[in-house]
Ligand binder design. Structure first.
Ligand code: NAP
Length: 317
């Protein structure tokens, strides 16, 4: 029986683990894939205070080590079911069932798919959602990045270090990314923009060799074909990983609703990070959520312990 189970080992979950374990809560962090979550697919992190520059993988690994140094247990496990109501919360995984007084849900979000023809077929064979992992395969080749937000532009800058040419395909004529990233991309000679356009089809044999791009204003279709492999990196946003909690935790369009203390509608259940209804989704805000959730989980455990103690005194008078 743990005091706290943290679901998810991204910046929100790991920070919750650091704070909870440091506060002497018996803490278990459960992660499905890789510590760091989404940040592990980010090539460079340069806006986390106090760290001039690091990679997402390194930041995730350091946060995990920090949580473990304070005594948090960290396991890799795929969770299939959660029972959140009542004093004892249960988490059912492939390898066992885990129990705790409190839960922090920090399962983050996953890359959204474009849902065009060929995307699924060529996933991992030319279509990628992680530039850090796959950019090096496209040394001196052409790469197409889909999306217009911070992620698309930031990763285009990274991919440009390897690729011959990088094209950013965006469905509007204006990028959503921050001005500083936009300026860096505009100034990069290797990066070009294909505005008002969407990818309609991805084609190839063993790897991607071509794509069909349609201008949604003019209807004009551009066919990219060649002998050499091309890379397609999809950065069209993220969807919250909250399916497991549906019907138990209150949500708005799949995002978990919390108050400013990270409390959900269920006593003892908190949520932190990108899966929460909020406006700014950054490593720093995920980490802040995690810290707030852990401090409040600690209060919840202490109050419960106090109540039990009072009950015990009452019964034994
Ligand atoms: P985002 O800001 O939601 O941008 C998604 C982009 O994809 C938008 O430009 C959107 O177009 C486009 N898009 C959405 N669905 C599409 C579709 N089906 N087909 C084609 N294009 C589509 O997502 P993000 O860039 O992944 O960033 C997520 C969050 O992380 C943001 O809060 C961002 O600020 C943050 N982030 C920050 C940094 C940094 O600070 N360095 C780096 C990466 C991410 P529209 O513009 O037309 O909607």
């Amino acid at each position: 029986m743990y005091d706290l189970i943290v679901l998810g080992g991204g910046p929100a979950g790991l920070t919750a683990g650091i704070y909870a374990a440091r506060g002497k809560l018996k803490t278990l962090i459960i992660e499905k894939a890789m510590e760091g979550g989404q940040i592990s697919s980010t090539s460079e992190v340069e806006n986390y205070p106090g760290i001039l520059e690091t990679s997402g993988v390194e930041l995730g690994m350091d946060m995990k080590e920090q949580a473990e140094n304070f005594g948090a247990e960290f396991i890799y496990e795929e969770v299939s079911e959660v029972q959140l109501e009542g004093d004892v919360k249960r988490v059912v995984g492939k390898n066992g069932t885990y129990e705790a007084s409190t839960i922090i849900i920090a399962t983050g979000a996953s890359p959204r798919k474009m849902l065009c023809q060929g995307e699924e077929q060529f996933a991992g064979k030319g279509v990628s959602y992680c530039a850090t992992c796959d950019a090096a395969f496209y040394q001196d080749l052409d790469v197409y990045i889909v999306g217009g937000g911070d992620a698309a532009v930031e990763e285009a800058l990274f991919v440009a270090k390897f690729a011959k040419k990088v094209y950013i395909i965006h469905r509007r004529d204006e990028l959503r990314a921050s001005k500083i990233l936009q300026r860096k991309a505009m100034e990069n000679e290797k990066i070009d923009f294909i505005f008002d356009s969407v990818v309609e089809e991805i084609k190839g044999d063993k790897t991607v060799k071509g794509l069909v791009i349609r201008n949604i204003k003019t209807g004009e279709v551009q066919n990219v074909n060649g002998d050499k492999p091309i890379g397609i990196f999809v950065y069209v946003g993220y969807d919250p990983n909250t399916g497991l909690f549906e019907g138990q935790v209150e949500m708005d369009r799949g995002y978990i609703i919390t108050d400013s203390e990270m409390r959900t509608n269920i006593p003892g259940v908190f949520a932190a990070g990108d899966l929460r209804v909020k406006s700014v989704r950054q490593v720093i805000t995920a980490a802040a959520d995690g810290a707030i959730a852990a401090v409040n989980a600690q209060k919840y455990v202490d109050e419960k312990a106090g109540n039990l103690y009072e009950g015990f005194v009452e019964q034994n008078k």
